[in-house]
Design a binder for this molecule. Structure first.
Ligand SMILES: [Zn+2]
Length: 481
């Protein structure tokens, strides 16, 4: 028995044929969720809560940077070398609006242990010298003494690409519109106009503050030895003491009334039929398991298939080319959105009216009970089958648990679904207008709603480039003096 950890809970989860053990590391307060089963595709992930205070992309740049060399693996690109030699079934790192996660999976035990060790060393003991920030984040570049000054950097370039992708822009502005005065208003990936404000001092401080065991959620899953997991972790965690980390993500207070926002976007020269509009709602915090499941079902009922009433109405309207939206489950408060892309600017208002009228009609007249039943069956089948495609099942479950755990919610409850599923089915069987009530309460009567319009602007690119050029030329002039 390992006495570095305290076992907080132990629970069988029949839905996934697993035993779950939740531990706290005594010295640091790090939490460990250890899932024990016979899946040979072993999974591991370490996740830090990393809310943004600006749009410099600090969290994203840190995610890249810690993988550029660490105390035990000082070679420049251990990550790349590992990918080449490893038998892994998944190896990546991901930055979300409020968390950064480092997941790996492998069916080979020794390979799995190697990967876990590399990741633990990378996140806790990265080298991150100043030139790593320059390389991965941003730096000035001068090709020759007479050449104009340029910004370069891996994340800087990556985000320039992301900012020219309309779908990516839509996701970012939806969050920005719904969460003013809140960490979610910032772009954790980084806005290319803001990235060059990031300093090395901020970069170092961010790592010291958030990449600490006291701010970590650690996850193991599969058929590897559960005691060995604790031993592996202890070799790293023992070097730390407990730290008071203030990384909590507050709930955004609801709006008093719905809001509208318009954003320009770069759609190239031809701007006809290129607008995108989306109506978006903040639904409820994740921590309510029944609600979370119910909103997933509602999203499927409304727009999951070509025959779904909201999707069909939008497509049949002929106003736009394709439907956008769905349920966003990767932030603390669930967001549902629905919209159209490929429409004429002047038709944007019609889309909002159409969406609200359709929802009103569905709430008043009731949903087609056969369609609801079909959706429920599909949803239940998917839950039971848990077919995650090429993505390791263990990591899919990790993302489920993080949706609650990272906000100090229950990490084990989201792994099961039988209880909330039966509750919902029983209410529907008893004749309760369950989904109609959800539509009324959380969509129609909910003032925390925005309608965003992404309007193609043929001059946006030139304006952005001119502004960047002016900043760079001013810097260049200051250098010469
Ligand atoms: Zn990246």
């Amino acid at each position: 028995m390992n006495n570095s950890f305290t076992l907080l809970r132990e629970q069988q989860i029949p839905e996934i044929n697993s035993l779950a053990r939740l531990y706290r590391h005594n010295q640091t307060g790090a939490e460990l969720l250890s899932i024990i089963n016979d899946d040979e595709n072993k999974s591991f992930g370490i996740t830090f809560r990393t809310p943004s205070a600006d749009s410099t992309g600090l969290a994203h740049i840190m995610e890249h940077s810690v993988l550029c060399g660490s105390r035990k693996y000082p070679v420049k690109e251990p990550f790349i070398e590992l990918v080449k030699g490893s038998l892994n079934t998944f190896l990546n790192a991901m930055t979300f609006s409020d968390k950064t996660t480092y997941p790996v999976a492998s069916t080979n035990l020794q390979d799995f242990y190697n990967l876990v060790d590399v990741y633990l060393d990378a996140v806790f003991f990265p080298l991150i010298p100043e030139h790593t920030l320059a390389q991965e984040g941003w730096h000035y570049e001068l090709d020759s003494p007479d050449a104009p000054l340029e910004y370069k950097g891996v994340v800087f370039n990556e985000m320039k690409g992301a900012y020219s992708s309309p779908d990516n822009r839509l996701g970012t502005v939806i969050e920005e519109s719904l969460f003013p005065d809140h960490p979610y208003q910032f772009d954790a990936g980084g806005n290319p106009e803001v990235i060059p404000n990031l300093t090395y001092a901020q970069f170092k401080k961010f790592h010291e503050t958030y990449y600490h065991p006291s701010n970590a959620r650690i996850y193991f899953y599969g058929d590897d030895d559960p005691e060995k997991r604790l031993e592996l972790l202890e070799t790293y965690l023992q070097e730390f003491d407990r730290l008071e980390v203030h990384s909590e993500v507050p709930l955004r207070a609801p709006f008093d009334e719905p809001r509208r926002a318009e954003y320009p976007y770069d759609a190239g020269e031809d701007t006809a039929q290129k607008a995108m509009t989306s109506v978006n709602w903040v639904l409820a915090p994740h921590t309510d398991r029944e609600r979370g499941l119910a909103f997933g079902m509602l999203s499927h009922i409304l727009s999951g298939t070509p025959a779904s009433p909201l999707r069909k109405t939008l497509i049949d309207s002929g106003l736009g080319e394709d439907v956008t939206g769905g349920l966003d489950t990767q932030i603390q408060q669930l967001v549902f959105s629905a919209g159209l892309k490929g429409l004429a600017d002047e038709n944007a208002g019609k889309v909002e009216t159409l969406i609200l009228e359709t929802l009103q009609k569905l709430a008043d007249d009731g949903l087609d009970p056969h369609a609801v039943e079909a959706s429920l069956n599909t949803f239940e089948f998917r839950l039971r089958e848990n077919n995650t495609g090429g993505f390791p099942r263990g990591l899919s479950l990790m993302m489920c648990t993080l949706a609650s755990w990272i906000y100090d919610g229950d990490p084990i409850e989201p792994l099961g679904f039988e209880e909330p599923l039966q509750t919902i089915k029983a209410k529907i069987a008893a004749g309760e207008p369950y989904f109609e009530n959800l539509i009324r309460t959380f969509l129609l009567d909910n003032p925390h709603r925005t309608t965003v319009l992404l309007k193609p602007d043929p001059n946006l690119r030139a304006r952005t480039e001119a502004a960047e050029r002016a900043r760079l030329d001013a810097t260049r002039a200051a250098m010469t003096d």
